[in-house]
Design a protein around this ligand. Sequence first.
Ligand code: FES
Length: 160
Amino acid sequence: MEENKDKSNANSREYKTDDLIVYWYPSLCSHATKCLIMLPQVFDVDKRPWVNINAAGPVDIMRTIDACPSGALRYALTENSKVDPELAKGPGSIGHKASKEAAPVKIRAVKDGPLLVKGPATLLGTDGTILREADSMVLCRCGLTKNPPFCDGEHRKKQK
Ligand code: FES
């Protein structure tokens, strides 16, 4: 995937240290809360900025971002990073490409929530343009999202 073709990059934000850059794409965030649970000292929606990139080591942050199912959080090493580049090749890496191998795509419906797409997939818009190519996506099935076809967490308001 070429990042500049991915329409989900609009309004992205960056958080940077000497070793690591964390990118956040709010339009892709499904509020799955993996980051909040795994590394609450770094990811805290009650604080501004909500990402405190200095509150944990770069490897811990990368492993947390690798667990993000929506691809809303990504990372890259800085040019002079002291982190082993081999550790920065997870699915959350900005350079990670959707697998081209023929593996079955699995789509799981979450109870009262979105569709979790796992496996190399290409999501096309109504005009046939590529909206996203990735190994993981979170798609709305409740119809309440303000960012179709991506889940933006609105389904949770319906449950309250
Ligand atoms: S399923 Fe999450 S916003 Fe619709």
